[in-house]
Design a protein around this ligand. Structure first.
Ligand code: NDP
Length: 486
């Protein structure tokens, strides 16, 4: 019997997603560069209830086992391995077949591959997958972008295998090719922001309030029953409560080296935000924090020469209950700003590339299965349902009212952290984003004046239309009016 779908690339994600599809009754043919993973996957399928998974010995055998039009999901390492795999498989694929790359791929690569496959009539989709190993097995968030007709062939399978929330499966058509990877990339940028914000709050809890790991775990557990409810808050509570089996004393968290790893999607997000002229300071602060964390040796040296404040609670009075509450709302408001930046970046790209991405739908797809799943996404989804062209999330009246209610505590929390010398780059960046965005007038008039002074870059005036240049000094007068020179 021929298979409903093929999955090529059987590391963590591929193996688990193949088992997921098979659990939903789809017959899956699996393939991998090294044969041992094929055998392992077939073995796991047997052990997990005789699931309908068949192995293949090489690309030709893999393709020959698929029913037409063939549907192939790739889950190999992003970059060159994807090109190599496409080259091998497409030799045996035919017009009308569909390849879906489920990796974390740079969206321009996906667009390029789709063009390369066009002459053969093979459709190509880029589908962001989030949820890690557990999500891939039990229901991830799936963000596919590509030709609509090809998506329609895939839809019956992916809507069943994605995570399910009250208003549907955590997947849906994102838009043309590249858009699915783009939305996944921004998802990861937001994930960086969420993780950094939580880390900063943890830093204040342990270094200002001097809470123990157990006490912090309880705080995060309690916050998980509030509007902060999210997967990342939930796992933070579990992480902080985990005792160390290795040594039999203390907590695992205290043995982990403070150097953060990364694979690149956060950097791409910031590059893209800059490319689209979108301010993304919270996500940028998260990326910077990872870079600084990686320079451990330098930081160790710096800790011997650079001094922080020697604050005591007498200088900045701390009221535990108040600070806990302030941190909670600072975290909530900062997270909203971070989502606002991510969604504004998607909107800018979608406008530039005519993708017509529905931001409300993106939020709906992120409500389950993925790493940034959080109760707050319902509110954000509702905001974009009210107005799909909202220029910025903060302009939604419900979100605006909620965030306005947070500002007093948010400011107090940041002031305390700064006073104690605890770096809170993402919490502060969010607050500064909010304080810049909400102001009718910014000091940018001075910046424009300086640009005009040293470079004759001209400026607009508040009292009349046009482009102006001022002869700021006698030296400028001798150079002459820029408009005359033009
Ligand atoms: P990896 O990214 O670790 O890639 C390993 C897989 O790629 C193996 O199947 C390997 O085959 C194959 N591979 C490597 N080089 C080649 C090559 N030149 N030709 C053919 N196959 C090759 O696997 P993951 O499962 O972690 O991730 C798969 C994709 O999903 C990646 O794009 C990743 O970024 C993305 N992703 C991963 C998540 C995670 O939590 N791990 C979460 C969300 C997305 P072999 O066994 O022969 O070495």
């Amino acid at each position: 019997m021929s298979c409903d779908i093929g999955l090529y690339g059987l590391a963590v994600m591929g193996q688990n997603f193949a088992l997921n599809m098979a659990s939903h009754g789809f017959k899956v043919c699996v393939g991998n560069r090294s044969q041992s993973k094929v055998e392992l996957t077939v073995q796991r399928a047997k052990e997990e209830g005789d699931l309908p998974i068949v192995g293949s010995s090489d690309p030709q055998d893999f393709v020959s086992q698929l029913s037409k039009p063939r549907k192939v999901i790739l889950l190999v390492m992003a970059g060159k391995p994807v090109d190599e795999t496409i080259e091998k498989l497409s030799e045996y694929l035919e017009e009308g077949d569909v390849i879906v790359d489920g990796g974390n791929e740079w969206f321009h690569n996906t667009i390029r591959r789709s063009k390369e496959l066009e002459p053969k009539g093979i459709h190509f989709l880029g589908m962001g997958i989030s949820g890690g190993e557990e999500g891939a097995r039990n229901g991830p968030s799936l963000m596919p972008g590509g030709p609509r007709a090809a998506y329609d062939l895939l839809e019956p399978i992916i809507t069943k295998c994605a995570a399910q929330v009250h208003d549907g499966p955590c997947t849906g058509y994102i838009g043309p090719v590249g858009s699915g990877n783009y939305v996944k990339m921004i998802h990861n940028g937001i994930e960086y922001g969420d993780m950094q914000l939580i880390a900063e709050v943890y830093d204040v809890l342990r270094n200002v309030l001097k809470l123990s790991n157990k006490e912090m775990a309880e705080v995060f557990e309690e916050w998980n029953r509030s509007p902060l409810n999210s997967y990342l808050i939930e796992i933070t509570a579990k992480i902080l409560a985990k005792e160390d089996d290795e040594t039999g004393s203390g907590y695992v968290i205290d043995y982990i080296l403070d150097k953060t790893g990364m694979k690149g999607t956060g950097r791409w997000t910031i590059q893209e935000a800059a490319e689209r002229s979108v301010a993304a300071p919270t996500m940028a602060a998260s990326l910077d924090s990872r870079y600084l964390s990686a320079r451990k040796d330098e930081r160790v040296k710096a800790s011997g020469v650079l001094k922080g404040p020697e604050m005591t609670s007498a200088e900045i009075p701390i009221h535990k209950g108040q600070l806990l509450d302030d941190l909670k709302w600072a975290l909530w408001a900062s997270k909203v700003c971070s989502y606002a930046q991510g969604l504004a970046t998607i909107k800018a790209a979608s406008d530039d590339m005519n993708w017509d991405v529905n931001l409300s739908e993106c939020c709906r797809m992120w409500k389950g299965g993925c790493i940034i799943r959080a109760i707050i996404l319902q509110k954000i989804q509702d905001a974009y349902t009210r107005d799909k062209n909202l220029p910025n999330l903060l302009l939604d009246p419900v979100i605006a009212a909620d965030i306005n209610n947070c500002t007093a505590g948010w400011r107090r929390a940041v002031v305390v952290a700064i006073g104690y010398g605890i770096a809170t780059p993402a919490l502060s960046a969010s607050l500064n984003y909010f304080d810049s965005y909400r102001r009718e007038s910014l000091p940018a008039n001075l910046t424009q004046a300086q640009r005009d002074f040293f470079g004759g870059h001209t400026f607009e005036r508040t009292d009349k239309d046009g482009v102006f240049h001022t002869a700021w000094t006698d030296a400028h007068k001798s150079i002459g009016d820029i408009n005359e020179r033009k």
